[in-house]
Design a protein around this ligand. Structure first.
Ligand code: ZN
Length: 150
């Protein structure tokens, strides 16, 4: 799964933890841990490769920028960033902080985490991959609107 879907699942766990506990320290520990562990299960869903960097920039880059914009507009910026980073940490480690995406020959994908050694249960087609990326940022927007009206 690409990073936007991971970020949204991780952020849902972090914000959910905060809404239950109302405690920042507990949220950073428990929410961060749940976000981190969520990566393993979300990776059971496979994505399609983008045919080129332009399509990837449109369907992954723009939602990522919107995620960051919403995170910085929010009063809970740290929680959004925690959700994003904790849920993507397994990929950041195994993909050498993104260097593997730029030059796979020089920086090959690692397989330290079990989810990167297994084949996904489902491989979504490209259209579904794009829909999931945009749906993720839509969900983040809903979280933010909920925060505003609460
Ligand atoms: Zn992964």
């Amino acid at each position: 799964m690409y990073s936007n879907v991971h970020a949204t699942i991780g952020t849902a766990f972090v914000l959910g933890t905060y809404s239950i506990t109302k405690d920042e320290t507990t949220t950073y520990i428990v929410g961060g841990l749940l976000g981190f562990l969520s990566h393993h299960y979300a990776d059971r869903l496979g994505e399609s490769k983008y045919p080129n960097y332009k399509e990837m920039a449109i369907h992954e880059g723009i939602p990522l920028l919107l995620f960051l914009l919403i995170a910085f507009l929010s009063d809970l910026t740290g929680f959004y960033l925690l959700g994003m980073l904790s849920s993507n940490l397994m990929d950041l480690i195994d993909k050498k902080a993104g260097l593997s995406l730029i030059n796979r020959d020089k920086y090959p994908f690692g397989s330290f985490f079990p989810c990167h050694r297994k084949k996904p249960l489902i491989d979504f087609d490209l259209k579904t991959t794009k829909i999931l990326s945009w749906s993720s940022v839509l969900l983040i927007l809903i979280f933010y609107v909920y925060e505003l009206v609460k």
